[in-house]
Ligand binder design. Structure first.
Ligand code: FE2
Length: 347
């Protein structure tokens, strides 16, 4: 449904309040030609109402000749900030950056965060943003789960479709996303509501079955038949199935990069205001499908880069794949059973 200016501004008011934006702080709004005009207008008004000093920075897009779709996550690596020292300086001198363009996994982003600047990404359409305004309760729930994940050494995932895969974990940090940035140097994404870590290098072994109805991203497709991934020593070694497997194999091969097949982040969704079915209602170019990444009880795994968490891999190919109906065991504790989050596990 359409969103009123009033509703969008109120949503930003709440997100900026949770992000502790104060009068006199500098807020930079990073945008591109694809930025939603209502989101941009509302963010600007809300930041001004909070008493902040507001700057809009618009950068031209790049990578169109390398990507095979318009999706903002189709091709990672260089960003419009690469080599742009003027823009980087401005962002490093900001208290908070509202990223309505989409920086991700870039050294420039790490550099800006290291300076103490907060970054909040928000590129979903207005009606998704107003449905998923974050709450302090979202934060508390994800943090409770993270205390368990942080000290764990294995994650084991099974499903009725045939998934049976084990990840050694502990080499990389646990990252929580709950939709706002209350601390200096923090990055987050509105909407979200999930947590993840990365498998240790070489520490993933087993079988992952992407079942009928599970979602591939950035394809934004519900697969029509099972796709079976055989994983050993941290890499996907085979992709078998029908047409969906063929499409996935060719998509990955197009990057001509062996790192594309590495296991990347692994975790589970905890956002009750996001839904598995949302993507079925959308024109695929209207969304980056955060509902699919965040819906409660998914097992979300990823292939490709791990530089976001301090690893060495920075391949441009990045798949996010949320699975339904999985049971996720962290060390000896079941945290998701048959696609349902077990909150008692985090008490
Ligand atoms: Fe991802």
């Amino acid at each position: 449904m359409p969103v009123s200016d009033h509703q969008m501004i109120s949503a930003w008011d709440e997100v900026l309040r949770l992000s502790q934006v104060q009068a006199g702080q500098t807020v930079s709004i990073l945008c591109g030609p694809h930025t939603d005009p209502l989101t941009l207008r509302a963010a600007t008004i809300s930041a001004q109402r909070a008493g902040a000093i507001v700057t809009k920075i618009e950068l031209p897009p790049i990578n169109a000749e390398k990507a095979t779709s318009r999706d903002l996550l189709n091709y990672l690596g260089e960003t419009p900030l690469t080599g742009n020292t003027a823009a980087i300086s401005a962002l490093k001198n900001s208290d908070i950056v509202l990223d309505l363009m989409l920086l991700l996994f870039s050294p420039e982003q790490m550099d800006i965060l290291d300076s103490g600047t907060k970054i909040l990404l928000a590129v979903e359409p207005p009606e998704v943003l107003v449905r998923t305004v974050p709450t302090e309760a979202d934060r508390q729930r994800v943090l409770a789960a993270s205390r368990l994940l942080k000290r764990a050494r294995t994650m084991h995932v099974t499903s009725p479709a045939g998934t049976d895969v084990t990840f050694k974990i502990g080499e990389f940090p646990t990252i929580c996303e709950y939709g706002f940035v209350e601390e200096p140097g923090r990055w987050d994404h509105w909407p979200s509501g999930f947590l993840f870590t990365f498998a240790n290098e070489g520490g993933s072994d087993g079988t992952i079955v992407i079942d009928r109805g599970d979602i591939l991203l950035p394809q934004k497709n519900y697969v029509s038949d099972k796709v079976t991934l055989k994983v050993s020593e941290g890499f996907v070694r085979s992709i078998e199935g029908g047409i969906d497997a063929d499409l996935l194999r060719e998509f990955m091969a197009a990057y001509k990069d062996p790192e594309a097949y590495a296991m990347s982040h692994i975790g589970w969704g905890m956002q009750p205001r996001c839904y598995w079915h949302t993507l079925s209602l959308y024109d695929r170019e209207r969304t980056i499908a955060m509902d699919a990444r965040a819906f409660e009880g998914n097992f979300l795994f990823s292939l490709g880069p791990n530089n976001e968490a301090g690893g060495k891999r920075k391949t441009a190919c990045h798949l996010d794949i949320p699975l339904r109906n999985c049971t996720v065991r962290v060390d000896d504790t079941i945290v998701v059973r048959d696609g349902k989050v077990i909150d008692e596990a985090f008490q």
